[in-house]
Design a protein around this ligand. Structure first.
Ligand code: UDP
Ligand code: MG
Length: 169
């Protein structure tokens, strides 16, 4: 089954200059990148992304982590990718490795590069959608339809009047 999923290079991946290594590892699965961008994550996006974990004791630290708060400028950003391919979710999660970097396969991205902070947050370098439903929710949260090269979900046309937009001067 052809699937899509959201992959993020988290701020620790940016700080440790791991983007190239991560993309090389992911390329072993021979999938296609159909969307890509750099994102400065605001609190709202961070909280929506991790809404299922809002009752966890580490939620506030997790929201700070995905925003790159502990690293600050210029590392307080993520790289967001939409990948597409056969059984993409399971296969990419295998390459990413288990959530806890200490339990992850040492050859996986998280096993090789992740760490647990003194506050107990798993800094595991990448985010990887975990199900088809979650992938759709996350892709729609992070990307606009026109930012993805293949039409993957149904869209509709709306007319928005008096909308302010930033354009090149
Ligand atoms: N996380 C953590 N401690 C935990 C569980 C999760 O710090 O006990 C963090 C970790 O960065 C993880 C993220 O919260 O990647 C989202 O958790 P989830 O259970 O969805 O794991 P994932 O899908 O990222 O493997
Ligand atoms: Mg998850």
């Amino acid at each position: 089954m052809i699937e899509q999923l959201l992959i993020l290079v988290k701020p620790d991946g940016i700080k440790k200059s791991l983007t190239g290594n991560i993309l090389t590892k992911l390329s072993e699965a021979r999938m296609f990148i159909i969307g890509a961008k750099a994102v400065k994550v605001d609190k709202k996006l961070a909280e929506e992304h991790y809404y299922q974990l809002k009752d966890k004791p580490f939620f506030d630290e997790l929201v700070d982590y995905i925003q790159g708060k502990i690293y600050g400028e210029p590392w307080d950003r993520v790289l967001a990718f939409v990948y597409q391919g056969e059984n993409a979710i399971l296969r990419m999660r295998q390459i990413a490795g288990a959530t806890n970097p200490e339990e992850a396969d040492p050859v996986s991205i998280r096993g090789a590069y992740g760490r647990i902070t003194t506050k107990g947050v798993y800094e595991n370098v990448v985010h990887c959608s975990s199900s088809k439903l979650e992938a759709e929710r996350e892709i729609k949260l992070w990307f606009k339809p026109e930012e993805i090269v293949n039409p993957i979900y149904s869209v509709k046309k709306v007319t928005i009047e008096k909308e302010e937009r930033i354009i090149w001067a």
